[in-house]
Design a protein around this ligand. Sequence first.
Ligand SMILES: *Cc1c(COP(=O)(O)O)cnc(C)c1O
Length: 229
Amino acid sequence: MIRENIAAVETFIKEASEKRQSDMTEKVKLVAVTKNHTVSEIREAIDAGTAFIGENRIQEASEKYQQLGNTVEWHLIGHLQTNKAKQAVKIFDLIESVDSIKIAEAINKEAAKIDKVQDILVQVNLVKEQSKNGVYMEDLPALLLDIDSLEKLRLRGLMFIAPNVENLEEVRPMFNSMYKLFRKVQKMEFLNADIKYLSMGMTHDYKIAIEEGANIVRVGTAIFGPRQY
Ligand SMILES: *Cc1c(COP(=O)(O)O)cnc(C)c1O
């Protein structure tokens, strides 16, 4: 089933990419969200062509990483605590969930120790949801500039998790705002940053996210089925 599901999602991604009015040309990367799924399920996905996987907890990612290693690109999509930064820089190719200078500095420090340049995205809390992490829009430019000054971090773009709404069309304008924000950020002057990625869209809303300009989508349920907690 995993193979068929990935093929179906890839088809939807292609269709949505063709529909987008935006000038986003970067190809869409499908991050298979593997949290709460087993290593053997992940292997199945990799055999079916998955090149990017997303995990949200360090402990779980670390156990899986010991078995899977660098055969795929690892994305951290969950909130990171400073005391886990050391493990995170060992595992992840892209940390998508940076939202404060404190965590950015912790990642920078650990990356320096292993002489790695760590790619990161900054998570934006566009509509100020209390329950969500992410930086508010008005605080974003200052955070981006602070991050840009950290030598071992390379800022690659923005990440956004849309609120859960009943009518999916309500999230479209939010994805569109994120796209505009992303374009603005691309025009900022940085030293080290190389802004390429806008990560938004999950199982229920990735098609809309792509139509509005996402070039990374994070999809779990549509690939692996519902998670057992
Ligand atoms: C779990 C998770 C996803 C995937 O959610 P699905 O609805 O299963 O596709 C995407 N992004 C983040 C940040 C997540 O935590």
